[in-house]
Design a protein around this ligand. Sequence first.
Ligand code: PHE
Length: 357
Amino acid sequence: MTSSPLAELSTHVQDLLARVRGALTLSDLLADEPFIVGKRSILSSLQKSLGALAPEDRKEAGATLQEARRVVEEAFVERRRVLEALRRAQELEADRLDLGDVVVSQVRTPLAVGHPGIVAATQRELEDVFVAMGFTVSDGPEVESDWYNFEALNIPPAHPARGMWDTFYVDLGEPETVVLRTHTSPTQIHLMEEAVAAGTLPIHSVMPGRCYRRDTPDARHLAAFHQIEGLVVDRDITFADLAGVIETFTHAYFGADISSRLRPAFFPFTEPSAEFEITCTICRGDGCRTCSQTGWIELGGCGMLDPAVLEAVGIDGEQWSGFAFGFGIDRCAQMRHQIADMRALIDNDVRFLRQFS
Ligand code: PHE
């Protein structure tokens, strides 16, 4: 009688189990899978050799081999589970890096509190600059009717100037009558209406707040952003007063070495109107990706109040005149801190945010 093909079976099984234990990573184990439990395993060749046995021996040998295979497969599956868990733990550990010490520091020192975000801090600084110049600070709603956001600002329905603001509409009332404000200018209208009703003209006020536009975010734009609006309604106000305020503000906030310039522009609610630009602080005027190679960054718009706006709120344009301006708070933060891409403000990466505590 020839020796049974299964004579060495227990040695083979021990070898295979050692091979399973010897795999230290999931990928090593999976690479070895065909040789341990797959087609290229010794167990598979033994299976084939059983064909040579006499039928009465075959059944018992088959059962023995089956049991051996079960032992090896079980060990394989268990090892795979352990190595998968290990890999997950390692992945979690790698992911933990960013937040790791924040979590730890919060656990160990419950007093470690956050700090105002860079935009909130910038807003406060801007308010301080204007308060020092004699302005009050007011705010208004973020959801506005079409009348406040557009019509009262001399932008009638379907006027082509509406294309200047890609608008989010709120599903309330008649279609396209309620909007997320596209700028802080509607707050001017609220302020003037209130001052007329209360008989408290003149007005010298700034109005910071969040605005929304259907813009694709890029290095200089966010779809939800912040503006600060300025409004002066008084007697004998001229464009020189406006230019003086803009210039004073630029130097107070950005420092003496940053220049500003006003360029003729169009806004339906001011006449004449201007765009207000400052030297790009990323490249200091040489031209870079952030300023689209122009060396200048547009902060906002301004101009003398259009008589149609004064009329819409019932202010006598013979007695009163004024100016308005509105510019981006996020843009100011970006220029002040030389942030090449504004999207960093909303990425929520603590390594970025911590620099501004
Ligand atoms: N509201 C204008 C804008 O966001 C800026 C602006 C404000 C222009 C006030 C003139 C006067 O585009």
